[in-house]
Write a protein that binds this ligand. Structure first.
Ligand code: NI
Length: 174
């Protein structure tokens, strides 16, 4: 297993659409495991392959609290096949937009079809934080970030701050 570097917005690679996985083979399983390790180390509750520079439809999610046992989901080609009409708002963050948060409204519940780490077709009925997290990660596969759901004004403030932060890091002596 290996820790993968996480891309920070604004980065054009985070705005691209990811390609479907043809088969969950050893390479994809390795990617899933590396992504899980990277997510836990960050720490975060979800990570999508484009965030580590891989344009393939793979996400990992674990919304278990610190005192609960891990509930890792490794998903290839996840697809939302049903969304509730009821909406829910969460204050979302993202490992690619560190230290920035915003309220985002999404369907409160959803049903997702995906391939698990063994290539089995599975369906998940997600509610609460899991529903939000899975939708947030699937958004990444379309090149959509949580800031794309908020006003352009708020989005630009966040992206400009991140851009400045990146520039200041580049200027730091190694
Ligand atoms: Ni994210």
């Amino acid at each position: 297993m290996a820790l993968l570097p996480i891309l920070v917005a604004p980065d054009p690679r985070l705005k691209l659409k990811a390609k479907p996985v043809a088969a969950v083979d050893a390479r994809i399983r390795r990617l899933m495991d590396d992504m899980a390790e990277t997510m836990y180390a960050a720490p975060g509750i979800g990570l999508a392959a484009p965030q580590v520079g891989v344009l393939e439809r793979v996400i990992v999610v674990d919304v278990a609290k610190d005192d609960e046992k891990p509930q890792l989901l490794r998903m290839a080609n996840p697809e939302v096949i049903w969304r509730s009409e009821t909406l829910a708002t969460y204050n979302e963050g993202c490992l690619s937009l560190p230290e920035h948060y915003a309220d985002v409204e999404r369907p409160a519940e959803c049903r997702v079809r995906y391939l698990d780490h063994e290539g089995e077709i599975r369906e998940l009925h997600a509610t609460g934080l899991l529903s939000t997290c899975v939708q947030h990660e699937i958004d990444h596969l379309e090149g959509t970030l949580f800031v794309d759901h908020i006003s352009a004004l708020k989005r630009n403030i966040i992206l400009r701050k991140l851009q400045k932060l990146k520039k200041s890091k580049e200027l730091e002596p190694a």
